[in-house]
Design a protein around this ligand. Sequence first.
Ligand code: ZN
Length: 383
Amino acid sequence: MMISEKLGDNESETKKRKLLMEYEQNIRKKIHLNLEKMEDTETKLKIFPILGDEYFRSVETEKMYVGKVNEKKETSRLIKELSSHWPLAGRSHLKRVRWTQQKDVFEILIRPVEINESSENYSLMSVLGLAQINTTGLMDSVAICEVPKYPALTYDQYKVAKEIWPVQFREDKNIEKSLKGDLFNHEEQRRIVEFMNMCISTAQYGDEKVGCVIVDPVTSKVIAIANDRREVHPIQHAVMVAVDLVARSQGGGSWDITGKHVYHHPFSKEEMDSKISKIKKMNPGKDAKKLYLPYLCTGYDAYISREPCIMCSMALVHSRIRRVFYIHNSPWGALGSQCKLHIQEGLNHHYDVFRVELEDSVQNCNESEKINSKEKFNCNSNS
Ligand SMILES: [Zn+2]
């Protein structure tokens, strides 16, 4: 019997869920076999973090007046006085002094060279202007130096910046690993390929060929699988459908989607009741279900075959997704192409985004998976 027959509208929800769980298990089983083949040929996965442009920019500089201190004991007092007049606002990455090659002589940042300020014929007194600075220990000579304009966000930026002027740098280990492609261990990479394959398999059943899989990364449990349904309803993009299915798995949801290849993990009543009662205790007198549902994807990861649009990316913000992985860029995508919505200031939730590149043999696995799925479920795909 074909699944399309098995999943007729009159079938009970429980039976549907059981069949769809079998569908998920079968996909996983087959993909695991493919992954074993992939390992034999040492196929690798490439994962690119979608970070703000500031992580990739070259080190820019700006001009500062720099004095010389030849009395070591005056240094901390001078730092204090100069800082009270010119507090290096927004430039906390800069160290105020640096050693010179002359014994016991330091260089000290006095203040930025202002825009339109003539940088010719300046002297210590003209640079200090009306500021009441005790100049004891400051030599007469003042120079204009280039200093790094922005804090170093990566070790590569730091290496360049520190050669220009001493700077503070706190390494973000996750960012460094992420840029080197070392953020995910072998097992995590296997899972990413697995869920991406699931996504690609599902995508073929959609109006637009987009698939979305939502996963609980702690348990690797698939919470929802969705394909695109925009011909049924203009906003039923795969991501929107997936988020709604997650809501449905938690007792909510706005759409009664009964597509043949969508799936949502049926949380047990006990599981849901315990979550709702915890929320009730924390928020007495409020509708616990309503409170819980807006945060329905908290801690979950979304795997999407194509970069989501603005509407879908915002839905992922509202639902508090943890991470998003996608394969193909989209000209109207909001997570790297048109904009980087996930890092927009002012939003009350941010998530990490990665673009995933599957190498040829993995893509081939996807192709065979597509064919196998079609045969298995006898789906009338219009792709
Ligand atoms: Zn969309």
